[in-house]
Design a protein around this ligand. Sequence first.
Ligand SMILES: [Zn+2]
Ligand SMILES: [Zn+2]
Length: 221
Amino acid sequence: MRLRLPQERPAEPPTGYKIAHPVIDADGGSAGFLGVSLGAAAPYKVLDEARCVYGRRHRAPHRRCDCGFHCVYELRSAQGMLVQAEYRRAALLEVSVLGPYIRFEQGFRYGRQRVRSATIGPCRCGAETAVLADAGWGRAGRLALEGVCAGCVGGRPRWTLEAFARLAGDGLRVRAAPGVGPQGVTPGMPELAAEAALLQARLDWFQGQLARLGRAMGGGG
Ligand SMILES: [Zn+2]
Ligand SMILES: [Zn+2]
């Protein structure tokens, strides 16, 4: 009888969380993601298989290697990674862990993955993301994208969240995390005073115009 290591056989693929940059092919033909740290070596599609990052001829994940996809068990752990300056523009992904996996302290290392949803953080200005725009960098023939609001996007190449989801395919859902829009900002005293001064100036101008019109029509004033 051969002794085997205990193997888990879950009824449903486990769920995990990770962060990655949304990327699009330079020709705009298909979309996917580029991981951070070790995962930054190879972009992946919504439904994809990991290859050994060291080019070794084994299937990922291999026990004596650290290749394969990685994700964490807790949403909070993934959100925690997003606070680091270099990862601020990354998206938060919810994934299904497919096929064999290896557990580690905080998550899974595994060979096949389906990205179920991507949540795009607010624009740098704080407003809710409206589009995914060229982030100004790229890797392996892919253009990195970041969430930008309608007011900040300017002339940058951009894709709507729906267009990105369509190009990524395989049922990916893409949504924008709530931001702080102009509606959501409560103006402070200086802003209110400035607004009042502007309104007063407009009113003065309007009254001046009315008076001039009155004189022109022979009403005297
Ligand atoms: Zn490997
Ligand atoms: Zn903005």
